[in-house]
Design a protein around this ligand. Structure first.
Ligand code: SF4
Ligand code: SF4
Length: 153
């Protein structure tokens, strides 16, 4: 991850909300969260994280133009589904991760309270998945090479 990491954190607003977004589904990461554009770092980090812990999932997001492989945290009490409380969410203390190392979608969400939170730059969730577009060929190779499991959205 680059040293200049953007995030929008407002603990007061999120404390009142109680983690509505985190309880619905984990946020999506972007390639930069894993060392992009450096392919060697990406392969090293992704292959180890996905095989050494149960906290992250390699998922396939289907669009009309095909499926996009991307990574997001796993869900509490559900090893397959993608909806549900994020594995890093704690009912008492909120997100276990410091703001600068949270998934891209979490960092880009500007807290506004119930129904008033927006992704910075007006990005949609699909546009975040498409940030992975240039890495799809490499990701497919890593699935084979490292025996990674792909979970479908
Ligand atoms: S980002 Fe928004 S939905 Fe998520 S906890 Fe904060 S206020 Fe609630
Ligand atoms: S990583 Fe943290 S901020 Fe993002 S969904 Fe999970 S608990 Fe919420």
């Amino acid at each position: 991850m680059s040293e200049e990491v953007s995030f929008y954190e407002n603990k007061e607003v999120c404390r009142v909300c109680g983690g509505e977004c985190c309880q619905y589904a984990p946020g999506k990461t972007a390639p930069e969260d894993w060392g992009a554009p450096n392919i060697e770092i990406m392969e090293f980090v992704i292959s180890r994280v996905l095989t050494a812990t149960d906290k992250w999932r390699l998922r396939k997001y289907f669009q009309s133009d095909g499926g996009y492989l991307y990574i997001k945290p796993s869900v509490h009490n559900d090893k397959v589904g993608y909806l549900g409380p994020c594995i890093f969410w704690d009912p008492d203390s909120g997100c276990e991760l410091i703001a600068s190392i949270r998934p891209y979608e979490c960092r880009m969400l500007i807290p506004g309270g119930h129904d008033k939170c927006e992704l910075a730059d007006g990005m949609s969730t699909v546009e975040i998945v498409r940030l992975w577009e240039d890495y799809q060929t490499m990701m497919c190779l890593w699935v084979e090479k490292h025996g990674l499991t792909v979970y479908e959205d």
